[in-house]
Ligand binder design. Structure first.
Ligand SMILES: C[S@@+](CC[C@H](N)C(=O)[O-])C[C@H]1O[C@@H](n2cnc3c(N)ncnc32)[C@H](O)[C@@H]1O
Length: 304
């Protein structure tokens, strides 16, 4: 329902931006220049929790307002890339005027060729097909990199958070409304992981077979050779946290896992049963799987 509604909206917004293009004739490349309303810029940066240690890259930076606001109000550093040299000059002049030229830089570059590895936060106000083209590159960035987009989402990659703002002065897209979408690049845990835990006075082998679609994880579990199902849970950056009812003796016992994904290990704790102290948990990668770039099967989601 939500997706269908948004898809319809997306088509309408794209059309509206293009008609604005014909009027404004600013911007160059794959989408014309339409500025994000300042109230939406502030919300985007707040949602991404931008701080002084962040490096923000705005892909298609227009008059530079996102990077300049990130520097001025949030103390961050950043880079804007655009192909329109008039807009780039406007952005550089504004950065000087606002006293942040040392922290807010603007270069002439095709956003599809921009090195994103320095970014801790990426911002976009681009058309849906451009977002989808960028998606694999963004998903390959360091887990924990944040992405925040105005008006257009990332297709099947569901946002971690979204907000609708009332913006009475907005005339393009969906007039009077701005949509802000936020994602955190997830670590890839797809594959088979194995843990040895000392519970009930002996070593028990846990095998996790994770199936991952963007940040959503489902899959199967074997405990001492007995099958169990994993619930659907989200990977948030490099953090995992999930609860299972795992076979133990003749019954099921609640296990609460939480951990940090490193290269080939997940390190954290597990609490087995209620009222127990957490114990150390390490999972080791046995066979790496692939991140699925399509939504989890609806039937599969419903059955869990
Ligand atoms: C909709 S505007 C957004 C401006 C700004 N990010 C904001 O939110 O206020 C998109 C910008 O992307 C730029 N652009 C379009 N295609 C581009 C490309 N391939 N590489 C770099 N910039 C591009 C346009 O010149 C325009 O300034």
């Amino acid at each position: 329902m939500r997706i269908a509604k948004r898809l319809l909206l997306t088509a309408a917004l794209a059309a509206a931006v293009f008609s604005a293009a014909a009027r404004a004739q600013e911007g160059r490349g794959d989408v014309v220049y339409v500025p994000t309303p300042q109230v939406a810029v502030d919300e985007m940066l707040k949602m991404a929790k931008v701080a002084a240690n962040d490096f923000v890259i705005d892909l298609g930076s227009g008059d530079g307002r996102i990077v300049i606001t990130a520097a001025k109000k949030f103390g961050a550093r950043g880079l804007g890339v655009d192909l329109d040299t008039v807009l780039l000059k406007r952005a550089r002049d504004a950065a000087k005027r606002e006293g942040v030229a040392d922290r807010a830089q603007f270069i002439e570059q095709n956003l599809f060729e921009t090195d994103l590895s320095r970014a801790t936060v990426i911002t976009t106000y681009l058309l849906p097909d451009m977002n989808e083209k960028l998606r694999p590159r963004i998903l390959a960035l360091k887990p924990g990199t944040r992405l925040v987009a105005h008006d257009y989402d990332m297709g099947e990659w569901q946002p971690d958070e979204e907000k609708t703002l009332n913006v009475p002065e907005k005339t393009v897209g969906d007039p009077g409304k701005s949509y802000v979408f936020f994602w955190v690049v997830p670590a890839v845990i797809a594959g088979l992981w194995v843990s040895l835990l000392y519970v009930v006075g002996r070593g028990v082998i846990y095998e996790f077979d994770f199936d991952q679609s963007f940040q959503r994880v489902s899959g199967d579990l074997r405990v001492d050779g007995k099958n169990a199902r994993l619930p659907i849970f989200n990977v948030r950056g490099d953090r995992v946290s999930f609860e299972i009812d795992a076979p133990q003796g003749t019954g099921l016992v609640k296990h609460r896992f939480q951990g940090q994904v490193k290269q080939d290990t997940i390190e954290g704790t597990v609490t087995v049963g209620t009222g127990q102290k957490p114990i150390k948990w390490t999972a080791r990668l046995k066979k790496r799987g692939e991140l699925r770039m399509s939504a989890l099967d609806a039937a599969e989601s419903a059955s869990r």
